[in-house]
Write a protein that binds this ligand. Structure first.
Ligand code: SF4
Ligand code: SF4
Length: 226
């Protein structure tokens, strides 16, 4: 899932100040699951912005709505009627959803109500942890299902840096050394000899280092009439 956390209310209020009619728009998928931008959070933020605006004697109207996903066009159509009465949207989705709004509704100002953090999974209630950097060429078949690009602080691909202490990464005693995890898991599977193989030099053009990426599936593209 994509994780995010809400910006401070004062920051959202500052962004919204120039606009009279503001829609706080939740997203019913990733940011709902990480309790940052679902229906409940959209209602709470709209209510808090309303109170703050009243206290500071601003004449603003805040409304709220939540769509199933802000990152797919089909779910944005339902808000088009609401936007006749809207100057700005506070988006509580990830940056993908917020940019989809900007593209779909060019006349409306889009304000990010949360900060998109990373792709990760819930470790325990209230704790999410990063697991994938979307490098575009997954190699975890060679590293015991553990991603060194994401989970090693240095992104090392050919073994540990030598700085780990008691199995923890040198950057923090709370973070396991990814290469210790890889070693231990390969050992438990009887596959330690895999560490003798040198990984090939990596082509990073599939990652974000190669610029904005896209996937083109010719089999799914709609054929244009001749
Ligand atoms: S190797 Fe790449 S795609 Fe696979 S988990 Fe790591 S960052 Fe994600
Ligand atoms: S201690 Fe382990 S996880 Fe941390 S930077 Fe070194 S090899 Fe990577």
């Amino acid at each position: 899932m994509i994780t995010g956390k809400q910006k401070a209310l004062s920051e959202v209020a500052r962004m919204a100040t120039p606009y009279k009619r503001v829609l706080v728009l939740g997203c019913g998928t990733c940011t709902t699951i990480c309790f940052a931008g679902g229906q409940k959070e959209a209602a709470e933020m709209a209510s808090s912005l309303r109170l703050l605006g009243q206290n500071e004697k601003r004449r603003q109207v805040f409304s709220e709505h939540t769509v199933r996903r802000q990152c797919e066009w089909e779910y944005l159509d339902e808000i088009a009627p609401l936007l006749k009465e809207t100057d700005a949207i506070v988006s509580l989705s990830c940056g993908v959803g917020a940019q989809a709004l900007a593209e779909r509704f060019p006349e409306i100002s889009i304000l990010p109500g949360l900060d998109t953090c990373f792709m990760g999974l819930p470790q325990e209630p209230g704790v999410w942890i990063e697991r994938c950097l979307a490098c575009g060429d997954c190699i975890i078949d060679t590293t015991a299902g553990i991603c060194p690009i994401t989970r090693c602080a240095k992104g090392l691909l050919n073994g540990p840096c030598g700085g780990s202490v008691d199995g923890q990464c040198e950057i923090s005693a709370d973070i396991p050394c990814a290469w210790q995890l890889i070693h231990d898991r390969l050992a438990s599977q009887g596959l330690l000899s895999r560490l003798d193989e040198l990984p090939p030099v990596r082509d990073w053009s599939t990652s974000h280092s190669g610029g904005p990426r896209r996937i083109v599936r010719q089999d799914l593209k709609v054929k244009k009439a001749p």
